[in-house]
Unconditional design. Sequence first.
Length: 119
Amino acid sequence: MANAARVNNPTACSGVVDLRHTLNDFLKDLGHCGYSVRPSERRKGFATEMLRQLLEVAKKAGMNELYLSVEKKNEPSVKTITRNGGVYQRSFEYDGEQADIYRIAFRRQGGKKHASYLY
């Protein structure tokens, strides 16, 4: 799990993020990670920073790409994903809700991982 962004109260939980190193058939529509930010802490950049830090963890773990799912109507989460290099891949329906899959790919240069993303 990646560390959260700086907070004023180090004992408070502003949000959580998780990383799935592999996807099975069930998880292929849910993606490699999930994140949630406490309602009182939203719109402060925590989700964007948590995902940014998670990308570093995924790269260090040797992953080449991440897939993330988001409900179409969740515009703040879509912005979080696209700010971190997410590119729309496809749509699907889950529990009657329309959702999209985004991909964040890590670029390799000369056999070494590079910090930038593919677009």
